[in-house]
Design a protein. Sequence first.
Length: 134
Amino acid sequence: SLHINERPYVESRVNTHHFANSFFYSMACYTGYDLGVDLIDKDCIAFIGYIDRAWVLPDSFHTISIDCDNYGIKEFIKGKSLNEAYRGMRENFNQKIDELEEMEEPIHASALRRTRDALTIQLKDSKDVYFNIF
């Protein structure tokens, strides 16, 4: 579950039905494992999140984690389909991993690789999703 002010905002098998016909984007650890599945079962159109632990890079590398986490939603809002945004997210992770390896930061590159590998997309059906404010 995700919490706001120590109270569940969304909780598996409790109130996920409130998110029917929506797109859910969560960068919290493990949300794709249970919450994402339940949201899709309750007619959420799409979910992007992590099925495992998401590693946040420390100190001066922190902005890389933020960039990777937010890349997909930014691309989706700019007009990419959800599948295109997801693929772009993975490509952005790969680029940042390569940059960390070039900087001789193998530990940080490994953590980012594990985070990328935990990333998941779940769709209600096989149709792609586009952003539309109307």
